[in-house]
Design a protein around this ligand. Structure first.
Ligand code: A5P
Length: 215
């Protein structure tokens, strides 16, 4: 199988578990990482890695999320890997999202800002245009030392706090039309199965709305 490896603390646990199974049980797969950090972790665990363009498609993508709504739409990007995560998820035939229960929300934006990956050039102009879409607040994401956070692709992140979003697909379209915006943290139609980790069990919820009538 070809497997997409997400980014963040949940994805780290998944990659470690896959690494253990590869070492202990001889589980064989080729992986595509969604960030430099995940690639480094996978490499250390001797997981075979390929670049996204080296594979035609992925059989399965495994990733976390910041929020999931009842229509299996996601907010992602708290770790800043949203562009590569969306590219990899879009190339996968089956997308599994692994979360803890508190990440399930009625509407996206309830508990997380929507991260927007933007060009470092013309940042203030892009942020002004983002504000015209009605967030209560926007902020350029900073590192702990106060310097701007830079994504693996050399871009910046503007976090946008919107009131809980009624129509995430529409908002995603409006954000994506702004010059300077490369990608948003709204993931629509990119979750086929939700795996919710409870204290002592995993709850697996299939997204039946994502299936085409013929599948
Ligand atoms: C990385 O950019 C993010 O999209 C993460 O996948 C998301 O923030 C979930 O991260 P945690 O598993 O660390 O909560």
């Amino acid at each position: 199988m070809t497997v997409g490896l997400g980014s963040g603390s949940t994805a780290t646990l998944i990659v470690r578990a896959l690494g253990d199974r590869a070492a202990d049980e001889g589980l064989r797969f080729i992986a595509v990482a969604t960030s430099v950090a995940t690639a480094g972790l996978a490499h250390g665990l001797r997981i075979t890695l390929r670049e996204l363009d080296d594979v035609e498609f992925l059989d399965l993508n495994l990733d976390g999320a910041d929020e999931v709504d009842p229509q299996f739409r996601l907010t992602k990007g708290r770790g800043g890997a949203l562009l590569r995560e969306k590219l990899v998820a879009s190339a996968a035939r089956r997308r599994a999202t692994v979360i803890t229960p508190e990440k399930r929300v009625a509407r996206l934006g309830e508990s997380s800002p929507i991260p927007v990956e933007v060009s470092p050039i013309g940042l203030h102009h892009t942020e002004r245009r983002l504000r015209e879409l009605g967030p209560t607040k926007t902020a350029l994401r900073l590192r702990a030392d106060g310097t701007p956070f830079t994504t693996d692709g050399g871009n910046r992140i503007i976090d946008c706090w919107f009131p809980p979003v009624d129509d995430p697909a529409r908002l995603d379209g409006l954000l994506g039309k702004i010059v300077g915006v490369f990608e948003t943290g709204l993931f629509i139609g990119l979750c086929d199965v939700l795996i919710v980790g409870h204290e002592a069990r995993a709850e697996i919820i299939e997204n039946d709305t994502n299936r085409s009538p013929s599948s």
